[in-house]
Design a protein around this ligand. Structure first.
Ligand code: NIG
Ligand code: FE
Length: 411
């Protein structure tokens, strides 16, 4: 059965980000956001078939087409949130006060707080509770125009609970969910050392793969967590098994995870607060996307990663919330983008690109997401606002409607 086409016409403006996509999301300027005055988008089978001025819609596309008049709204590619830890139970607000009173993140982890306390709460929660909690958070992302959402495991720390988290991710409704295995997130209860636990993770990779629980393998490479050279064995095994690699690295200290991520062709290096000058040039000359997480840096009182240097050298960057109960208890895209502008000197166009194309690259989904170009998914948002109203007011999203695969999502 041939599906009817859907025509979205009479946008006040339609931003396609086409030129930014042609530049592979590097060196993006405001002009690269590519808007069409009085634009239209023709969708077929959930994909973009055509974009252009509403008055130029080819007549063959109008046959059997459902027409939506966008009545003066502005259209943008939907946002891609490429780094979250959104499936968890419990709360860590108390630990935040300890940190403000001088305890370090690593000290709190050493006394069984931090990630370990979330692991305890997750293991104690039943699936129904975890799903309900996560669905509320997913809905909060969707309301802000997110149609693709990455969620990591990492609060289970044994195969049973890690796979439970990854299965819950598959049950979430609304945006497309990209689940990522993050077994090596912290020392698991019952293990004497991170190395010993890492061996178990390396062993579990095969089951994760066989059971189709995730196509991505992530690791937290950090002093007192998973360190070089052991961390390399995990990346090596994951790569052999065909996983896309992701690295939480160079966050609290510089440990050499950036060159390692590049050497293994990781999709992304996330955090990157402490990347060296050499790392910056290496990243710029690689296909690794630098995923910047300024809300975590803000809550952790860390310096911010050198976004300006990365972008100017030609690196591709993405932005994400890193939403988690410990280091980034916020889901606010506006806040993340605002920090990128205020604290990292990113331009508004760079922020838009980082939250769409850059994030699509980080997920390995650049062929189908991040811009409204023919062949990609018809994932877009509508707003009454021009770009300058985005990533400006904390806690405010100027998003009006959200469309995934050419269909309006109820958000
Ligand atoms: O991305 N850095 C490691 N993992 C998370 C924090 C998780 C937690 O503290 O619960 C992060 O910041
Ligand atoms: Fe994270």
């Amino acid at each position: 059965v041939a599906l009817a086409r859907t025509i979205f016409r009479d946008f006040k403006k339609l931003y396609t980000f086409q030129a930014a996509a042609e530049k592979s999301a590097r060196h993006v300027t405001a002009a690269d956001l590519s808007f069409i005055e009085s634009g239209a988008l023709v969708a077929e089978k959930g994909n973009v078939l055509w974009t252009g001025p509403s008055e130029n819609i080819p007549s063959e596309y109008k046959k059997n087409a459902k027409v939506h008049k966008m009545k003066g709204l502005i259209g943008y590619p939907a946002f891609v949130e490429c780094h979250t830890h959104a499936i968890f139970a419990g709360a860590r607000a108390e630990e935040f006060e300890f940190r403000l009173q001088g305890a370090s993140y690593q000290e709190i982890a050493g006394r069984g707080g931090g990630i370990a306390s979330t692991v305890k709460a997750v293991r104690a929660a039943d699936d129904k509770t975890l799903l309900r909690l996560a669905q509320e958070r997913v809905d909060a992302f969707a309301r802000q125009g997110v149609t693709t959402l990455e969620i990591k495991s990492g609060y289970g720390l044994d195969f049973e609970n890690e796979s439970r988290i990854l299965k819950i991710a598959q049950k979430l409704k609304g945006p497309a969910i990209v689940p990522t295995y993050l077994g090596p997130h912290s020392l698991a209860p019952g293990f004497s050392s991170c190395q010993a636990y890492l061996e178990e993770c390396i062993h579990d990779l095969e089951k994760i793969k066989k059971q189709n629980l995730s196509r991505r393998a992530d690791i937290f490479i950090e002093k007192n967590f998973f360190e070089l050279p052991w961390a390399e064995q995990y990346l090596k095994r994951a790569s052999e098994l065909g996983f896309d690699l992701v690295v939480h690295g160079e966050q609290l200290t510089r440990g050499g995870s950036a060159p390692l991520a590049i050497a293994y062709g990781a999709k992304s290096l996330d955090h990157g607060v402490h990347v060296s000058k050499d790392d910056v040039s290496r990243l710029a000359n690689s296909e690794v996307t630098a995923v910047l997480l300024p809300a975590a840096d803000f809550y952790m009182k860390l310096p911010y990663p050198p976004a300006r240097a990365l972008i100017d050298r030609g690196a591709r960057v993405a932005l994400a919330t890193d939403f988690n109960p410990g280091t980034s208890p916020t889901q606010d895209l506006a806040f993340v983008g605002l920090l990128a502008r205020l604290e990292m000197g990113m331009t508004l166009a760079e922020v838009f690109c980082a939250y769409t194309l850059g994030a699509a690259y980080a997920l390995g989904l650049e062929a189908s997401l991040g811009s409204l170009t023919p062949g990609k998914r018809a994932d877009f948002l509508t707003s009454e606002s021009e770009p300058e109203d985005f990533f400006y007011s904390i806690g405010e999203s100027p998003v009006h409607g959200v469309f995934r695969g050419g269909r309006e999502m109820t958000v």
